[in-house]
Design a protein around this ligand. Structure first.
Ligand code: ADP
Ligand code: MG
Length: 302
């Protein structure tokens, strides 16, 4: 089994068997070009000047149209910072982010965002939470509700249209949040630890459902998690972020047959090997380990 590793985007690890569904030949959907993000840090007591924190440094990555990319890294490695940049909620300090070749300039309905906290409107039903965004951008109410119902069905909540958020479980609320993003039929779905607050069983079920939705819609997905298992289960490629400052350490390709999300993929030797590989990458501590990684990179396919 090959375990070569590269530092960035295009050429990636080839673990396990090839899959029929390859996005490598598809056009680049998202291009991150030496993206750096710094934040000012307020001065400590007794000091006049604050410092600067580098949350992300020189992140270069290409994500292909229709790809499912998982981004894994420890807390504070800049995952949410990266997602905010992709969503257009913030602009990078330096570097460029291109979507379909165009620089990101603010938010847009071409990108749906799902956060860990569902942020549903408590006074609206599940259906109206999904339809709300459409009506507020001018869509006729009936049409909006019809489309909302389609996506409520897609996330498996057909019978729950009239329930209010407090009447829904955590998993159901997150399904509504996903449907709310999908109702715009975005090209890209950005997800920041969306299943982090769910119990293990619900989480697994939603992971499988998300794979089904991804296969059904063909949406490009960038999925952030700090769970190695979740990243390897979902991601065709897993981008591994290092901390302080957040740097893209490597991208691992995980070729698993995900055509049947109900299959026990986690028992597949290829899954186990990939998970272990990412685990090693994340647990190789300190700069020495990072150097070792880039040594391995040299002489690889790129
Ligand atoms: P992650 O999502 O991987 O846990 P974040 O992207 O939230 O990490 O944060 C990366 C680093 O940047 C952290 O050290 C965090 O404290 C810092 N940070 C994030 N957003 C801001 C901000 N708006 N102002 C100052 N520091 C920030
Ligand atoms: Mg975060």
């Amino acid at each position: 089994m090959s375990t070569t590793t590269t530092t960035t985007g295009a050429a990636t690890d080839l673990l396990a068997r090839p899959t029929s569904f390859s996005t490598a030949q598809r056009p680049v959907k998202i291009r991150l070009d030496r993206v750096t993000q710094t934040f000012p840090v307020r001065p400590e007591a007794g000091h006049r000047h604050g410092t600067t924190l580098t949350a992300l440094q020189d992140v270069t990555l290409e994500i292909h149209d229709g790809e499912f990319l998982a981004l894994v890294g420890p807390s504070g490695s800049g995952k949410s910072t990266l997602l905010d940049l992709l969503g257009g909620l913030t602009a990078p300090t330096s570097g460029r982010i291109l979507i379909d070749g165009n620089p990101v300039s603010g938010t847009g309905h071409d990108r749906g965002i799902v956060f860990q906290q569902y942020a549903l409107l408590p006074w609206k039903t599940a259906l109206d939470n999904i339809a709300f965004g459409l009506t507020s951008t001018g869509a006729p109410r009936r049409e909006a509700r019809e489309r909302a119902r389609t996506y409520l069905d897609l996330v498996g909540l057909s019978g729950f249209a009239d329930r209010y958020p407090h009447e829904l479980s955590g998993g159901m609320k997150q399904r509504v949040a996903i449907a709310r993003s999908l109702v715009y039929e975005p090209d890209i779905l950005l997800m920041d630890e969306p299943f982090g607050a769910l119990d293990a069983q619900t989480r697994e079920r939603l992971q499988a459902e998300l794979l089904g939705i991804w296969q059904h819609t063909g949406t490009t997905v960038v999925f952030i998690t700090h769970s190695i298992e979740e990243a390897v289960f979902l991601g065709q490629r897993v981008a591994v972020l290092d901390t302080r400052p957040g740097r893209l350490k490597t991208v691992v390709r995980v070729d698993l047959d995900r055509s049947d999300p109900t299959a026990d993929i986690r028992s597949d030797p290829a899954f186990v090997a990939a998970r272990h590989h990412v685990w090693e990458l994340l647990h190789s501590s300190g700069s020495a380990a990072v150097d070792q990684e880039s040594h391995r990179t040299e002489g690889s396919t790129r």
